[in-house]
Design a protein around this ligand. Sequence first.
Ligand code: BG6
Length: 481
Amino acid sequence: MLAANRPFSFVLFGASGHLAKIKIFPALYFLALKKRLPAHYSIVGYARTGMTDEQFRQHVADAVKEYVLEVNDKVLSSMLEHVFYQQGQYDAVADFTKLATKLEALEGATKDVVRLAYLSIPPSAFESTLRNICQGGVNEEHHDFRCIVEKPVGHDLSSFEEINTVLQSCFKPHEVYILDHYLGKEAVRNAYYLRHANPVIERLLKNTLISSVQITASESAGLEGRAGYFDAVGTLRDMFQSHLIQIAALLTMRLVSDTNDIKMTRLDAVKKFYLPPATDFSEIVMQGQYGEGLVGGKKVVAYKDEDGVAPGSRTPTFAAMHLMSRSSRWEGVPFFLHSGKRLNVKETRIAIEFQESPTLVGKESNRNRLDIILQGEAGLKLYLQTKLGGSEPKFRPLVMEDPLVCMGDCLVEHSLLLLEAINGNQQWFLDAEEVRSCWRIIDPVQKYLDNKKTPLPIYLSGSKGPTEADAFIAKFGHAWL
Ligand code: BG6
């Protein structure tokens, strides 16, 4: 059973923000509930808002009660005894020195404490925070240190390089943990491990048999109070730049027997993705923005009318994109990625469509297909065909399916990744070169989307997305599955 293997101090920069509330505090609570935390640990919130330790504890307790279904009050209050707060600006080194002093005091004589800094802050505060962590002595030499930053790092390749230069000047490579929470999802990791455990599946995954791969991340949720972040970022950077490309990499990467090789082998697979040759970017990508509509029976407003969205915003909330892989096994197979907010369903899915059966089976028949459903009603579905009665060789669909439910030592993604970071396991965190490779794919496409002349169709909230997405994929002789 995975548990923190040493005492730690966890500093959460951006402690009064949204991510902290919905993901980080609940993740820490789960670790406390499941008894994965050591005897000595401190959680220190850092933000600009003025708060006492007591007020911050109340803030953490409220978040846990709001975002966790059933809360064990005893576990929560004993976790809160480890929670502290330090008010500070992100650009004032003196505030970071105070933070370092506070950490020293909390750690006291405890030996072998690992310090973790988790940056849950707006991209504009990244650089100064990183510099001040170093200059203020938060990562003092006698401590092991981890700096955790969430994707997307930067808003394009050059801003990533700027942040990465600061990261490299402050920290050693083994101290940097770039987090994509999809890589902490058991179901997403399973996209790789299913291949490992089932040679039958693995043998099917090659270009001589496959007609296309579709990776879909459909969300019914809208902005969830994050307009300030999302309006400046858009769907391509938010979902494709890391989550969807990572899923594609887990499907195509070489299988390795040593779990210490996962990160570098995944990086190889990421580097092999490229934008297919095209005469125009409209053959590679299309976008959309949600209008008003009904989601789960409730009326919802159009993106442009959401609180915090800039007037006349052209930020896409939907995109579809075509990618290819240079891996010899996957050469020639189109990868169609698509994702959007305010769609009809919450589902993340890999759909692998096989080539047509060349013989007996008539034109009206369906192709074989394998769906690996990672979120939503998670499951594995194999679409086959079986003969209908009669003297003619006619067929009907046969679907073999089983739910994919995590059993055993299941932790939610941020809990799992936090434990791995404490224990010094970087395999499911991103390598800088991986992030760089993703930006190289996304940058030219984003530039095309940013052009005011690029169409931005409006789709009905609660629908499957813009009808233009159907026309986009139809040009390649495919349809969304
Ligand atoms: C985040 C994005 O990385 O992933 C959000 O910033 C998106 O916009 C979220 O909603 C989806 O994550 P999950 O875990 O709900 O599939």
